[in-house]
Design a protein around this ligand. Structure first.
Ligand SMILES: NC(=O)c1ccc[n+]([C@@H]2O[C@H](COP(=O)([O-])OP(=O)(O)OC[C@H]3O[C@@H](n4cnc5c(N)ncnc54)[C@H](OP(=O)(O)O)[C@@H]3O)[C@@H](O)[C@H]2O)c1
Length: 256
């Protein structure tokens, strides 16, 4: 490999990327990073005002869409193709917790809502980008799960959320194997805790902040930006031989 080739490993020049959950937190950070590496990025979430601002900043396009609504999901990829062209990168970062109840008390509606947003929507979007990636002859799908899909987190009940996130890893291995022949790579990044709209109240409470500091070996508070490196690596040629993996980025939480 030449020095120039090495420098270009993370280059995404001209590639069309879709990033869900881009109105805040990790999705917004990923959209900025992909754009910084040259991708043309479609940012997706429900809050249209925030998306419009970000799309302007990164010279991408905004597609406001409720990913819990199958009709919204169905309209997304065609809108991106019209605006930017066929997608080569899909980052499924949108996600949420719908219950803080203990497992025995979660309602079936809460469980269903969780699975629909966190697992069904990424699956449907992967199906929709597939024909475009197959035609182009390459593609990278990066799902965002959670360490809670891998380990139980004492004191923070989240059974449906954990199940939906673990499901993403199963989906990842299966899609990776089915679609490898088309050079479509499918991977998952499993973040540990980082500060965002979902976790602000946890970080800001004395008890929560102390709990996180005691359980995370690295001596700094996690941020969305700490998760971005693994995602842009998996999205581009630097990870050209990596598929079917779940990469944990958690400051050492699961290493203890
Ligand atoms: N923060 C953590 O500690 C942590 C840890 C592990 C995993 N994660 C995962 O990381 C990902 C990003 O989370 P974050 O922490 O950055 O939280 P965040 O700032 O709340 O971002 C969640 C994003 O998902 C979007 N979203 C939620 N419901 C949606 C829907 N029905 N349709 C379309 N978009 C929807 C939100 O936008 P709108 O509200 O505008 O729709 C928002 O952009 C999530 O998958 C989360 O599960 C986070």
């Amino acid at each position: 490999m030449s020095i120039d080739d090495a420098a270009r490993m993370f280059d995404l020049d001209g590639r069309v990327a879709i990033v869900t959950g881009a109105s805040s937190g990790l999705g917004a950070a990923v959209a900025r990073a992909l754009a910084g590496l040259g991708a043309r990025v479609a940012v997706v979430a429900r809050r249209a005002d925030r998306l419009a601002e970000l799309a302007k900043e990164i010279e991408g396009t905004a597609v406001a869409c409720d990913l819990a609504d199958p009709a919204g999901v169905a309209s997304l990829v065609p809108a991106v193709v019209d605006a930017l062209g066929p997608p080569e990168i899909l980052v499924n970062a949108a996600g949420n917790r719908f219950s803080t109840a203990r497992a025995e008390s979660e309602t079936s509606d809460e469980i269903r809502d969780t699975v629909e947003l966190n697992l069904l929507a990424p699956f449907l979007l992967a199906q929709q980008v597939f024909p475009h990636m197959r035609t182009t002859g390459r593609g990278a799908i990066v799902n965002v799960s959670s360490i809670s899909g891998r380990v139980g987190v004492p004191g923070i009940p989240q059974a449906s959320y954990a199940a939906s996130k673990a499901g993403l890893s199963g989906l990842t291995t299966e899609l990776a194997v089915q679609w490898a022949r088309h050079s479509i790579r499918v991977n998952t990044v499993a973040p540990g805790f980082f500060r965002s709209e979902i976790t602000d109240s946890l970080y800001d409470s004395d008890r929560g902040g102390d709990y996180l500091r005691r359980n995370i070996p690295l001596p700094k508070e996690g941020t969305a930006e700490d998760m971005v490196g693994a995602i842009v690596w998996l999205a581009g040629d630097a990870a050209s031989y990596v598929t079917g993996q779940t990469i944990v980025v958690d400051g050492g939480w699961t290493a203890r």
